[in-house]
Design a binder for this molecule. Structure first.
Ligand code: 5GP
Length: 234
């Protein structure tokens, strides 16, 4: 499939139109940003890991009935996806306290949460992706109530599928961020599922194997990403 005009460039990905208007090509970059773009850098071959890992996980989820935008891998850094309109909502699912949840609520990082926590944030760089609730989604017209219900149900289903999938590979799924899009009137999972969008800890040692290594200058970022991919491929 031929790549046509680029329609979007984000911090970690580029999206291109194709000859088929119902399909896009996503290109995964090595660029890395954190803290709302304040910290910038790159992680060698991150794009390759994120592309391949997302492809595997989207295929796993599709098999279990989670509709998503993935069609097929094109090469190391590109995948063919269904054309969607991304809803401007980040959906965050948490199993273990970390990151902003720990900071906001004073819960020690690593505390196993007694219920799965679902959060929404408004995808808006200028505002710094603020935390929002369902009333905020309504007043900002970000999605319809029905769409929010579908998103919530998918988010919990995705969490239970991925938690089990990672644990079988000696990885704890601490938390993750999802984005959804609308494709021919239907809400489907989109974006990526990778060490950029998930917190992943080694099940035995709690060693961080995700973007926190970049955010917090923990070193060996590339190695961690590659190790996650090799475990996910098993
Ligand atoms: P937190 O809200 O603690 O910063 O992040 C929760 C989870 O969502 C983490 O796994 C984090 O990587 C992911 N996440 C939240 N916002 C973003 C974002 O803007 N970009 C990326 N790549 N991941 C995010």
């Amino acid at each position: 499939m031929k790549k046509l005009a680029m329609i979007y460039e984000g911090k970690a990905k580029k999206v291109y139109k194709t000859e088929d208007e119902s399909k896009f090509i996503v290109y995964f970059k090595d660029d890395a940003t954190a803290f709302n773009g304040f910290k910038k850098g790159s992680v060698a071959e991150k794009g390759i890991v994120n592309n391949q890992m997302s492809a595997i996980l989207f295929a796993v989820l599709a098999k279990k009935g989670v509709k998503n935008h993935f069609i097929e891998l094109i090469n190391e850094r590109e995948m063919l996806v269904k054309a969607v309109n991304i809803l401007p909502i980040e959906v965050i699912v948490r199993n273990i306290a970390a990151g902003l949840l720990s900071k906001r609520l004073g819960i020690e990082e690593g505390t196993v949460l007694n219920t799965t926590v679902l959060e929404f944030s408004y995808k808006n760089d200028e505002l710094g992706d603020p935390l929002i609730n369902e009333d905020h989604i309504r007043i900002l017209n970000l999605a319809k109530d029905k769409q929010v219900e579908i998103i919530k149900s998918y988010a919990f289903q995705i969490n239970s599928i991925l938690k089990e999938y990672f644990l079988k590979r000696q990885i704890k799924l601490v938390d993750f961020k999802l984005e959804f899009g609308v494709c021919q009137g239907e809400v489907i999972l989109a974006d990526e599922i990778s060490p950029d969008t998930c917190r992943l800890w080694d099940a035995d040692t709690d060693r961080k194997m995700d973007k926190d290594r970049f955010r917090r200058d923990l070193g060996r970022v590339e190695d961690a990403y590659k190790e996650v991919l090799s475990r996910v491929m098993k």
